[in-house]
Design a protein around this ligand. Sequence first.
Ligand SMILES: NC(=O)c1ccc[n+]([C@@H]2O[C@H](COP(=O)([O-])OP(=O)(O)OC[C@H]3O[C@@H](n4cnc5c(N)ncnc54)[C@H](O)[C@@H]3O)[C@@H](O)[C@H]2O)c1
Length: 387
Amino acid sequence: MIKIGIIGSGAMGSGIAQVAASAGHEVIVYDSDPVAAGTAGTTLRKTLEKLVEKNKMDSAGAEGILSRITFAGHSARFSECGLVIEAIVENLAVKKDVFSELENIVSPDCILASNTSSLSIASIAAACKKPERVLGIHFFNPAPLMPLVEIIPAVQTDPARVTFSKELIDTWGKSTVICKDTPGFIVNRVARSFYGEAIRMMEEGIADMATIDWAMKTLGGFRMGPFELMDFIGHDVNYKVTETVWEQFFYDPRFKPSLSQKRLYEAKRFGRKSGIGFYDYREGAVMPAATEDSALGQLIFTRIIAMLINEAADSLYLGVASRDDLDMAMMKGVNYPKGLLAWADEIGVDMVLDTLEALYLEYGEDRYRPCVLLKKMVRDRQKFYPN
Ligand SMILES: NC(=O)c1ccc[n+]([C@@H]2O[C@H](COP(=O)([O-])OP(=O)(O)OC[C@H]3O[C@@H](n4cnc5c(N)ncnc54)[C@H](O)[C@@H]3O)[C@@H](O)[C@H]2O)c1
C-alpha cells in the first residue's frame, strides 16, 4: 500500500488525512505553520474520540487511524510517498511554488495532486518538470463525510495516472467522477444558478428569501433553500467561488455574481458563522416567514431548476463530464435529491426549454440562453436517459 502525503493541515488536509488513514494508508502530513499542524492533530484526535463515543468506531480502530498519521516537521518525508495531495491556501502563485519544490523531494513516480476548488490544474502542472504526474483530486468539506471526489486531469496529465488515482480513491469508499479541467469543475459550476437565480428573483421582488427557500425545499425536495445554504457555506466562500468561476469563464453573464451577495461579503456578514448573512441568527432575531403560495412556489422552482438543468446540459454538451458523473456529482457533492439530467427527463426537456426560452425572450439577457443540446434534444424528441 502506498504512503500518502498531505501538504496543508487545515480543514481539508486533515480531513483527507483521516480518510486515507481510515483506508489503511500510512499518511504523512506537513504544514508550514507548526501551530496549525498541532491544532490539526488535536482536532483529529477529538473527532475520532467522538466517533468512538457514538459507537461509530471502536477505540482500536481510532488508535489505528491516529497511529498511521504522522505530522512531519519537514516536507522531506514526502520522499516516502506514492501520492502527495496538496491542500494549502487557494493561491495559484503559492501552489506553483509548492509543486515545483515538491518535485525536488518526491520519488520520480510519485503522483502530485491538488485539492484546489477553483484554480486551473493545467497552470499548477505547468510549474512542474513532469507535469504528466499532476492532476486535481477535489474532495468536499468535510472530507470524511462527503462521498464525492472529483478527479481532474489537466491537459498534460498521463491517463494511466488518472486511472490509478481514481481506482485508489474508490478504494477509500468515495464516489469518484472524472471532470475536465474547467472552472468550478462539476459541482461548483453547475450549482451556481441555485444561488444566483434565487438572489436574482429576490432582488427583482418576485419573492422574498424565505419564500424562495420554502419553494425549493417543499417543491424541489432540496434539504436547504438557496439562502439558508449560502448562509451555511458562508459568503466569504460562496461569493468568492461565484466571482472566480465568472472571471474564469471570461465573464460569461450566466455566472455573473450578484451585488447583494457582494455587499454581504464586504460587510463581513458571512452568514451563520458571523451571526448574520441573508438571515439574522443573532439572539432575539425573528426569522421571516415564507408566503406559502403554491403558484408562486411553482414559478420559483421552475425557474431555478431550469437554470440548473441548463448548466448541467451545457456541461454534458461541452464534454466536462459524462451524464452519469454529472448526475452523481450533484447528488453526492451537494445532496441534490435527484440528478439534474434525470430530473430534466422527468419534467420534460421541452418544458425546461420553454422556461428558458421564455426567460431569454423576456429579459433579453445572455444569462438565460438555452443550451444548444436542449434545443437539439427537443427537436429530435430525445431524453437524457432513453428507455
Ligand atoms: N474548505 C473547503 O470547503 C474546501 C473544499 C474543497 C476544496 N478546498 C480547497 O482545499 C485547499 C485547502 O483549503 P482549506 O479550507 O483546508 O484551507 P485552510 O486555510 O483550512 O488550511 C490551509 C493550510 O495550509 C497551510 N499552508 C499554507 N501554505 C502552506 C505551504 N506553502 N506549505 C505548507 N502548508 C501551507 C496553512 O498553514 C493551513 O494550515 C484550498 O485549495 C481550497 O480551495 C476547500
